[in-house]
Design a binder for this molecule. Structure first.
Ligand code: BTN
Length: 262
């Protein structure tokens, strides 16, 4: 079923009166659209959804494949200012919300790979990119944009992506309506927003972890090394045990981890 603003608005009920939704057949990136909207409409929250992105972006400068009609490409703009810590917790919060949603609609089991990926059946189903604009005080943010891309329908991934990505159709055997998926994410996100950054969300994030107890390669801009993941703490930081016996705590930033399959 094609992306339809009227259907989404109907499904989110009274929230549609306070949060404007823009739907694109095609756009460069819903995160980019949300950021330019924020520059013109101060203090507003809004949602941007596309059937296709021509310049979908992922973390660490990667591109995000956003084939027309095959996925949900959605960004939520939170226009109120807040602390940088809260903005960081929006990624982990969205990972939990998206996991609950795909489980409810698809009947699948969703796991989270630190810090921003939702995995089903051992493969990546969704990725999250949170961006923001620093305020003049240098400590807080003027606004934040949380973007999520979910692979919904079967598609011909390139060879390099095939072994690591999956779709909700592949995993659930169902073609889930993109409007129901979008509406449930928007509703759950706004209705539980006061829980973002709380120990409750961190506990669920940890319980869904795909990598606790696993060996990983830690990839930083200037170095890569192997480590063992021992825990995720109340700030959703990753606790690593290094080969020399020392411990390292990773918070989000220019770092990614890759599970080592033995
Ligand atoms: C990642 O896998 O590293 C994050 C992917 C985030 C993709 C979403 S799709 C909607 C929004 N618009 C973008 O350009 N990126 C995010």
């Amino acid at each position: 079923m094609a992306l339809c603003k009227i259907k989404i608005r109907r499904k989110i009920g009274k929230l549609s009166k306070t949060v404007p939704i823009t739907v694109y057949k095609t756009t460069d990136s819903t995160n980019t659209q949300a950021k330019s909207y924020a520059e013109k409409n101060r203090q507003e929250s809004a949602v941007f959804i596309a059937s296709e992105q021509t310049a979908g972006r992922g973390r660490l400068g990667r591109s995000f494949i956003s084939e027309r009609g095959k996925g949900l490409y959605l960004s939520i703009l939170l226009g109120n200012g807040f602390s940088s810590d809260f903005a960081i917790s929006l990624t982990t919060y969205m990972a939990v919300i998206a996991s609950r949603t795909v489980e409810a609609l698809g009947g699948v089991k969703a796991k989270i790979k630190w810090v921003n990926d939702v995995y089903v059946g051992g493969r990546k189903l969704a990725g999250i990119l949170t961006e923001g604009k620093a305020a003049n005080d240098g400590e807080s943010l003027e606004y934040a944009v949380v973007g999520i891309g979910i692979n919904l329908l079967k598609q011909d991934f390139d060879m390099d992506v095939k072994n690591i990505a999956t779709t909700l159709e592949d995993e659930s055997g169902k073609r889930i309506d993109v409007n129901s998926l979008a509406a449930m994410i928007i509703r759950e996100f706004f209705e539980n927003l006061d829980k973002a950054g709380t120990p409750e969300i961190a506990a669920e994030y940890k319980a869904r972890s795909f990598i606790i107890g696993e060996d990983v390669t830690v990839i930083k801009p200037t170095e890569s090394y192997t480590a063992h993941v021992t825990d995720i703490n109340e700030k959703c930081e990753l606790i690593l045990s290094l080969p020399d016996g020392s411990e390292e705590t990773l918070s989000t930033g220019e770092v990614s981890v890759r599970k080592i399959n033995r």
